[in-house]
Design a protein around this ligand. Structure first.
Ligand code: NAD
Ligand code: MLT
Length: 311
């Protein structure tokens, strides 16, 4: 009997292949290359992806044997889950694999923006010793507004509380009592925008959340606010953010994600007070290993026709 075929469409931890074991034929392709993807997906049983591969209705239609789409990470916004379900294709992800890693990057961006670590580093390496120019602001006693108090939002809140920050959060799907147990005050988005010294976004990308932190919201914030987005590009509207930075209505930003990725050229990159990373939120050895192992297990179970428990 021929082996089931598993297509690895993005770079994943070597632990993924180890966890899949010897029972599958493993193929590789560059999922970000549309032509390559549409050809490679045609006769595989499972596909393993991160965020750069779009498994949309067109890709699903090209996949004649596909049984499982496995997302080695959290966000499923690059998978058309409804179309997959309609086609009888199971979609699995690894929802807790990289949450600590992603939270740590968000905290890192926040601290970097507060203390100008990135531009000071660049200037010093260019021979400029500019202590006054890169004077920052303290985090202690400041208010951090967490937009989306889910898995990652909670971890960021806990970590930044240890810096002495007061935490408020906007999340209409969370009980105020649950937030209070974590020392977080639930507020409206309006209030969060008005009171926060720092804002960090941890929402899924949905039609509801795209542009949530847009021009209108950015007219309600304190001019000293610093905004971090390590969730999904487009939730903080890039044009609106650039205008707010230009007009001094926002004091800085830390960005890991972009409306269109890869993103190597953005008006936002011209600002000294914007620290930008190339979607590194999940990129640690630990998180990649956990994500790879988790989805490999799910693929094994799914292709064996067994129940796939929640990861
Ligand atoms: P989660 O599902 O645990 O939490 C999301 C929270 O957002 C939930 O509490 C939900 O109630 C809330 N929410 C949903 N819609 C909302 C709305 N319209 N307004 C306010 N709140 C709303 O997700 P998570 O694991 O915390 O992940 C958060 C985001 O981070 C996702 O977009 C995920 O894809 C992204 N992520 C990015 C990286 C990266 O590499 N940068 C890594 C991991 C996760
Ligand atoms: C995720 O949603 O898990 C991240 O965006 C990380 C990734 O792309 O692997």
């Amino acid at each position: 009997m021929s082996k089931s075929v598993v297509l690895i469409a993005e770079e994943l931890s070597p632990a993924t292949v180890d966890a899949l074991g010897p029972d599958f034929e493993i193929r590789h392709c560059n999922g970000a290359d549309r032509t390559e993807l549409l050809t490679a997906i045609a006769d595989v049983d499972a596909i393993l992806i991160r965020s750069a591969t779009k498994v949309d209705a067109e890709a699903l239609a090209a996949a004649r044997k596909l049984k499982v789409v496995a997302r080695a990470g959290v966000g499923l916004d690059n998978v058309d889950v409804a179309a997959a379900t309609k086609a009888g294709v199971m979609v699995v992800n690894a929802p807790t694999s990289n949450i600590v890693t992603a939270a740590e990057l968000a905290c890192g961006l926040l601290i970097s923006v507060a203390r100008n670590i990135a531009p000071a580093n660049t200037a010093l390496k260019q021979g400029e010793w500019k202590r006054n120019k890169y004077t920052g602001v303290e985090l202690s006693e400041k208010t951090l507004g967490v937009v989306g108090l889910g898995r990652i939002g909670v971890l960021v809140a806990q970590r930044m509380s240890a810096f002495g920050m007061k935490i408020v959060a906007y999340d209409p799907y969370i009980q105020a009592a649950r937030a209070a147990q974590m020392g977080v005050k639930l507020v409206s988005l309006e209030e969060l925008l008005e009171v926060s010294d720092f804002i960090t976004v941890h929402l899924p990308k949905t039609p509801e959340t795209i542009g949530l932190i847009g021009d209108e919201a950015l007219h309600k914030v304190k001019p000293s606010v610093r905004i971090v987005n390590a969730a999904r590009g487009g939730i903080v509207d890039e044009e609106a953010l650039a205008s707010a930075l230009r007009e001094g209505r926002v004091a800085g930003a830390g960005l890991d994600v972009y409306a269109k990725e890869p993103c190597t050229d953005s008006p936002l990159f011209a600002f000294d007070n914007v620290v930008a990373t190339p979607h590194l939120g999940a990129s640690t050895d630990e998180a990649q290993e956990k994500a790879g192992i988790a989805v490999a297990r799910s693929v094994r179970l799914a292709l064996a026709g067994e129940l796939v428990p929640d990861a």
